[in-house]
Design a protein around this ligand. Structure first.
Ligand code: HPA
Length: 266
């Protein structure tokens, strides 16, 4: 099984590998991995880890210390839209769990529906809408597949991240993230529909990973970097180039929040 093979590779390369906190870094947000004092393994050496990759993602698993906390950082993710498999991140998440990870912090880029959460700002995900209607657990046979998603985004972790943001004087508004399968962006009518359903933002990742992480018993928190107002709500031309170019603006704030939260014992 890929998870055991990948884990063997990790343990061979980094014999004492272990981690308490896992991080998934989204488009244009991977610089944080460089701050980890530890060792990195290319995804291409790890069976079951993302292959092709999306430009803007750094494909490495980095394990080491960040602000005194043992972390395992996934410097890039695989998306449903790359091949139509919603469980693309199962092996990487199982490896993190096997290394001892109990807390997972996910990051992503999103399009905002809210004028009070404009491009360059961050949104703390309070809940999600699986608009794609897909599950990474199709085919899973154990009863654990009936995952309780009531408190998918851990209240205590959210409070820790909010406190860290306040201390850094960075606005961090909570909102509901909706999962769009992609790879095409949404039409303005689709954004109106998502908004009417109760979403505050849209993106093409994170939701299947949170489902998998909850299945594996990990506590989750997620922060979105707003790269644009969603289709029909702003003046920018929405494109992947724009996402990659805009993400670093929010990423700098995101890093300050995450580093402080880690220092405070996230
Ligand atoms: N839609 C979907 N995904 C996104 C967007 C968007 O507007 N911006 C960044 N990721």
């Amino acid at each position: 099984m890929s998870t055991e093979k990948a884990l063997n590779t990790v343990r061979t390369r980094i014999p004492d590998a272990s981690a308490k906190v896992g991080l998934i870094l989204g488009s244009g947000l991977s610089a944080l991995a460089d701050s980890v004092a530890g060792a990195a393994i290319d995804y291409s050496d790890l069976p079951g880890f993302p292959r092709a990759g999306v430009s803007g993602h750094a494909p490495q698993l980095t394990i080491g210390q960040l602000e005194g906390v043992e972390v395992a950082v996934l410097g890039g993710r695989e998306h449903y839209y790359e091949h139509g498999r919603a469980d693309a991140m199962r092996v990487p998440l199982e490896v993190l769990q096997a290394l001892g990870v109990e807390t997972l912090v996910l990051t992503n880029a999103c399009g905002s529906f809210r004028p009070d959460i404009p491009p360059g700002d961050l949104m703390l995900i309070s809940d999600h809408i699986n608009y794609a209607g897909l599950s990474p657990l199709i085919g899973e046979v154990t009863d654990q597949r009936f995952v309780n998603m009531t408190e998918a985004y851990d209240a205590a972790l959210r409070a820790d991240l909010k406190n860290a943001a306040d201390a850094e004087d960075i606005p961090l508004t909570e909102g509901v993230y909706s999962w769009w399968p992609g790879p095409m962006f949404e039409t303005p009518a689709e954004i109106r529909a998502l908004k009417a359903l109760g979403a505050d933002a849209v993106g093409m990742s994170t939701v299947p990973e949170v489902i998998l992480a909850r299945f594996l018993g990990l506590k989750c928190a997620a922060i979105s970097v707003v790269t644009n107002m969603a289709a029909g709500l702003g003046n920018e031309h929405i494109s992947h180039e724009h996402t990659k170019a805009s993400a670093p603006i929010g990423a700098a704030k995101l890093e300050r929040i995450l580093l402080r939260a880690l220092r405070k014992g996230l």
